[in-house]
Design a protein around this ligand. Structure first.
Ligand SMILES: NC(=O)c1ccc[n+]([C@@H]2O[C@H](COP(=O)([O-])OP(=O)(O)OC[C@H]3O[C@@H](n4cnc5c(N)ncnc54)[C@H](OP(=O)(O)O)[C@@H]3O)[C@@H](O)[C@H]2O)c1
Length: 331
């Protein structure tokens, strides 16, 4: 690939929101590297996606220890691309990683012990070739490890200079408030919650968003397109190169039922009336709420990212539109 020189007007192409009560602003659309960056993916395509993102003011790239497949390879490949294309722009980037799901065999490669979290971040930094990450997350709640230990590990990691801020993912409202209280006492820079949130999956509306506001945390919504279901991709069958058709993904093609297709066709019609693609409407729908700092999309091609970014042109919804969407989805 030719030498990369980022677009000079990149910051004019994106809008930024303050992350809770912090000094950090995040792009309203961020890029996740869960799929399409591992060793089974095309390396040049991955680099092209990252370049397109940064060229459009997307300053936040989200990773985790186990992104791939195989586990770890998204971080490794990101590290290679970072070294070549983005090293000179390190201070313009917010790079995050996580630990909390299964990563290596035995009792110390999973969940929420201090032992696991500290070792995992060391491995992640090595794979990415970074001295520090901007945000380190505990990836999911651990029902067995005392919350004080997990939060203590996050605090330790910041004190070690290996992360600037910390976050949590998929914690309930109650768990989040407990975590916030512990981290407040430790004076740890607790920045953000990363929940699953989209038009079809609204669990955060039952308390979590209020808790985030109360505790001054920002949020970044993952799987905003329900892994591709909330796009025009599955309107007429399951394309061969789609996530639902690929083996080893977390989107089972049996999820694309005739009832689901009926719903997405109806949503597609509303999007069309708004002069948006369904993906754009799904992103905009999340951003209508200021408590959502950023929408964390995944893409398999840079053209999908360009499509999603256009969502920012219209993030307002009339009451009628919202009601129609709720009626279609049974809310
Ligand atoms: N904290 C957690 O536990 C957790 C869990 C999951 C994800 N995440 C984070 O959230 C990020 C996003 O998750 P996700 O990949 O599930 O998000 P998503 O945005 O809901 O789905 C991404 C998929 O949708 C399709 N797509 C995207 N834009 C499209 C467009 N404009 N038109 C048509 N299809 C489009 C692509 O599918 P095809 O591949 O079929 O083209 C793409 O791979 C991850 O990368 C990761 O950083 C976090």
């Amino acid at each position: 690939m030719e030498l990369y020189k980022p677009a000079e007007d990149r910051y004019e192409k994106m809008q930024y929101r303050r992350c809770g009560k912090s000094g950090i602003k995040l792009p309203m659309i961020s890029l996740g590297l869960w799929h399409n960056f591992g060793d089974e993916a095309d390396f040049d395509n991955a680099a092209e996606i990252l370049r397109t993102a940064f060229d459009h003011g997307i300053t936040h790239f989200d990773l985790a220890n186990n992104y791939g497949p195989p586990y770890g390879t998204a971080e490794k490949n990101f590290g290679k691309i970072f070294e070549r294309d983005f090293k000179a722009y390190r201070d313009e980037l917010i790079i995050s990683t996580k630990a909390g799901w299964d990563m290596w065999p035995g009792p110390y490669g999973n969940f929420g012990s201090r032992k696991y979290l500290v070792a995992s971040l060391d491995q992640s930094l090595q794979r990415m070739g970074l001295d520090y990450v901007d945000i380190f997350y505990h990836h999911r709640p651990d029902p067995e490890t005392p919350l004080e230990e997990t939060m203590g590990a996050l605090d330790q990691i910041v004190r070690q200079g290996k992360a600037l801020y910390v976050g949590i993912s998929q914690y309930s409202a109650e768990e989040t408030e407990k975590a916030a209280a512990i981290l407040k006492e430790l004076r740890t820079p607790f920045l953000i919650h990363q929940p699953r949130y989209n038009m079809m999956d609204r669990w955060v509306e039952n308390g979590l968003l209020n808790s985030l506001q109360k505790t001054g945390l920002g949020s970044i919504a993952f799987s905003p397109l329900e892994q591709g279901i909330l796009t025009n991709k599955y309107l007429n069958g399951i394309p061969e190169d789609s996530r639902a058709a690929k083996k080893g993904t977390y989107l089972d093609k049996n999820k694309v039922t005739p009832e689901v297709v009926k719903k997405i066709k109806a949503l597609h019609e509303i999007a069309r009336e708004r002069n948006q693609s369904l993906a754009q409407m799904a992103v905009a729908w999340l951003l209508k709420d200021e408590r959502v700092t950023s929408v964390l999309v995944g893409v398999s091609k840079s053209t999908q990212l360009l499509d999603n970014i256009q969502a920012l042109k219209n993030t307002g919804f009339s009451k009628e539109e919202l009601k129609k969407i709720d009626d279609i989805l049974g809310y």
